[in-house]
Design a protein around this ligand. Structure first.
Ligand code: ADP
Length: 762
């Protein structure tokens, strides 16, 4: 680019600037390009006179022996023969003496041998042992860290100590190629850049490619004058020379401008790679004049870059592992809470450690069966209904993640501050049951960390790049996006889903087991009742008979009191027999198979009513049947018993002058969960004495009566128990509504129906 002044550079085209072939170098050394194997100088930097007191014209076309003595040439030859220096610069030897000593760094590129001569200062700083010790210490310190942040901080501190730069930052690339300063060591009087974000365009594409090729770049003095490369033959096809690997390569003027804007006078950067990709840069700035780093020290920094690069993966894994362990602890607690509360929603939301402590997010909404609990910063509940509809309609998967929700679901744009990122976990197939984790817009996140716009703008004209302008640019690129969801978080969400499903399935299992147990104990109870009552009957009959014998055979010698007692004994045995018969009947109802068949209820009831005719007439009870009763599939004898019992009670428990009993049914409206062919709810209504609320459950218990033995015509208190048993054996249910003094209605079904009692008004 700098070869051609007509090629202006700005932010829009710097991605295309050919920075690897600038045609110039920095002036802190001399660069020669040689043909092989004759080692003839075909290109030479224009500054050769400064270092060698030889003009390029004297050197071009000459063999290297014009500069090096035979011994050095032999050494160089030996080294280069044994080493792989293709695209891999290598320190070879130091030549010369006194002030004229040079480090020779050589590499091959496009068939030419490139040798860079850098003045070698014999400094204590560069002693290899000292450098080795420093590198070793840094590597050990970095190894001890457990998070990426502390690792980065340790590294920048060490690099600053090693190099003496005024500012050393670790700049980490984000998935969108923008950068984030995650660690910094800086001279105390300088503005810190920690936590700043830069747009991807700050480090253009081809610069990133160069960072991958060459791990370390140094600009010792940004005010340098670029030195052109001169060639023997201007038509040589190797012109412009590819300087991708040359340490002396001249850098883009826009980069220099950028550094100037940041107040830097010298800079160096070390690439950090992860799995062959550029993961970050250790960016060093000097603010107090030039800063030259001798080859040894640079090599040490570069080596450090290589070694710590290998540790990055490990640090990220460690950090992730620590996070995953923390997540598992929260998960275990959530599971425990859900099982204790016996309720998913409550377990997730109503304890101190709730679902918002699981997976880092700004807020969470748990929406289950029409109920939504919001924790932290989320969109308002009114916005969640439409979002759930959108998710149900457009996302077929159980898990949905995005860090740019407003892009996919524009209705969320006004709520981007809290909902730029979404991790949605679906908990049910047929219902919109979700857990939604929301992440705020990145900018909000940055603002939590501190005001990122603080750093000073250095430019006077406002047109050039500067940290603040860069931040503004970055702001534009990340608008309405959140931090991305990590793979470990996605995994954690899936684990929570599995735990919830397991829990629900466990509950279903548990319920089925209890049901089985209940059925078994019911059957056992029925058999026990049968056996017990059957076996009791015989001795009871004996008691009854012997009491009779006593009255008949010894009636004349027993006095009147004894006779009365014997009569009571006979009555008691009769009552006990009635009770036992009831028990036997009850157990038979429980055990006998139902004989289901189509039954004409209208006809059956006519029969039942005629059998009860004398009692109805005696009590003056009117029977009302508002509409013809349907045909249903039931056990005919048992269903007759149900109606007969309920009508008998309606006759008995009524002390009104005008008594009536109404037999009828309602038809349930069609319901997805009740696709029954016989959606009838029957009722038997009377205008009797009513049943107090507190007894509306207990009257179904066996032998439970609300009145004295002989009141309201007597009874053993088993009628309703048997009715309930019959109804339930058909799969139905029975309940009642009652008003004291006004009457009672018994409602019942003979099939499993979902009855919305409120809608029925009962
Ligand atoms: P029983 O009629 O033999 O006492 P049930 O099991 O049929 O036994 O009824 C239990 C109790 O429920 C009765 O004793 C009565 O107090 C109350 N009961 C039943 N049906 C009615 C009704 N239609 N109106 C008021 N009370 C009733």
């Amino acid at each position: 680019m700098s070869q051609d002044a007509s090629w202006p550079v700005d932010l829009t085209n710097c991605d295309r600037e050919p920075i690897h072939i600038p045609g110039t170098i920095q002036p802190h050394g001399v660069l020669l390009a040689l043909t092989e194997p004759d080692w003839r100088i075909v290109q030479c930097s224009a500054n050769s006179f400064v270092y060698f007191a030889r003009h390029p014209g004297d050197l071009l076309g000459q063999p290297l022996s014009t500069l090096l003595n035979p011994n050095d040439l032999t050494t160089l030859n030996t080294i280069l023969t044994g080493e792989q220096v293709e695209a891999n610069p290598l320190y070879t030897l130091t030549v010369g003496s006194g002030a004229q000593r040079f480090d020779l760094i050589a590499h091959r590129s496009h068939g030419l041998l490139i040798i860079e001569f850098e003045p070698a200062t014999q400094s204590e700083q560069a002693s290899s042992l000292r450098v080795y010790r420093m590198v070793k210490n840094v590597v050990t310190a970095c190894q001890r860290t457990t998070s990426v942040r502390t690792f980065a901080q340790t590294l920048v501190a060490a690099v600053r100590k090693l190099t003496g730069f005024d500012r050393v930052m670790l700049y980490q690339f984000q998935p969108d190629a923008s950068g984030h300063v995650i660690a910094e060591e800086v001279r105390s009087d300088l503005t810190p850049y920690l936590d700043l974000h830069y747009p991807a365009s700050d480090i253009p594409q081809q610069a990133r490619a160069l960072y991958l090729r060459s791990w370390l770049r140094l600009i010792p003095d940004i005010t340098y004058e670029p030195v052109p490369l001169l060639a023997v033959d201007p038509a040589d096809p190797s012109i412009p020379l590819d300087l991708s690997y040359a340490a002396l390569r001249s850098v883009s003027p826009i980069h220099i401008e950028y550094l100037k804007n940041m107040g830097a006078s010298a800079s160096m950067s070390i690439s950090l790679l992860k799995n062959g990709q550029l993961w970050g840069l250790v960016a060093c700035h000097h603010h107090s004049g030039p800063c030259y780093l001798q080859y040894d020290l640079r090599a040490a920094c570069e080596f450090l870059g290589h070694v710590v690069s290998l540790q990055i993966v490990e640090k990220e894994i460690m950090e992730d592992a620590a996070y995953t362990i923390a997540l598992q602890a929260v998960l275990a607690q959530l599971v425990q809470q859900m099982s204790v509360a016996n309720d998913v929603l409550a377990g997730l939301t109503s304890y101190e450690r709730n679902v918002s402590h699981y997976i880092e997010a700004g807020g969470v909404a748990v929406c289950l069966d029409g109920q939504c609990v919001l924790l932290g910063t989320t969109p308002p509940e009114s916005a969640l209904g439409p979002l759930l509809d959108w998710l149900t309609q457009t996302v077929p998967d159980d898990l949905f993640i995005t860090n740019a929700l407003p892009q996919q679901y524009p209705a969320m744009l006004p709520l981007k501050a809290s909902a730029s990122g979404l991790l949605a976990l679906r908990l049910a197939r047929t219902r919109p049951n979700y857990i939604l984790w929301f992440r705020p817009e990145v900018l909000q996140t940055v603002n939590w960390g501190g005001n990122p716009t603080k750093p000073v703008e250095f430019t006077a004209d406002g047109a050039s790049l500067s940290p603040r302008r860069s931040f503004a640019l970055w702001e534009e690129t990340v608008a309405a996006t959140s931090l991305p969801w990590r793979p470990s978080e996605v995994l954690a969400a899936r684990e929570l889903r599995r735990a919830i499903i397991d829990l629900v399935l466990f509950k279903v299992d548990e319920l089925a087991r209890l049901n089985d147990e209940l059925m078994r104990s019911n059957v056992e109870l029925d058999s026990f009742a049968y056996v017990a009552s059957h076996d009791l009957k015989e001795p009871l009959r004996g008691l009854h008979n012997y009491a009779h014998f006593l009255i008949e055979d010894y009636g004349d010698i027993i006095d009147a009191e004894g006779q009365a007692k014997l009569a009571t004994l006979v009555r008691l045995t009769q009552r006990m027999e009635a009770l036992i018969d009831t028990l036997l009947h009850y157990s038979r109802v429980g055990r006998a198979e139902l004989a289901r068949a189509e039954v004409d209820l209208e006809g059956e009831l006519a029969d039942v009513i005629s059998l009860l005719g004398p009692r109805l007439q005696e009590g003056g009870v009117e029977v009302r049947i508002p509409r013809p009763l349907p045909r249903i599939h039931v056990d005919q004898a048992r269903v007759r018993e149900v109606f007969s019992n309920l009508i008998t009670n309606a006759i008995k428990y009524n002390d009104h002058a005008l008594r009536w009993v109404e037999l009828g049914y309602v038809v349930l409206p069609p319901d997805a969960e009740t696709p029954a062919t016989e959606p009838y709810v029957f009722y038997v209504r009377d205008n009797g004495i009513g049943i107090p609320e507190e007894h509306q459950e207990t009257i179904f218990r066996i032998f439970k009566r609300l009145h004295g033995r002989d009141e309201y015509g007597g009874g053993v208190g088993a009628g309703l128990t048997i009715v309930k048993k019959i109804v339930e054996r058909h799969g139905g249910a029975i309940w009642l509504t009652s008003q004291m003094g006004e009457g009672t209605t018994f409602w019942f079904t003979f099939a499993k129906l979902t009855v919305d009692r409120q809608r029925l008004g009962v």
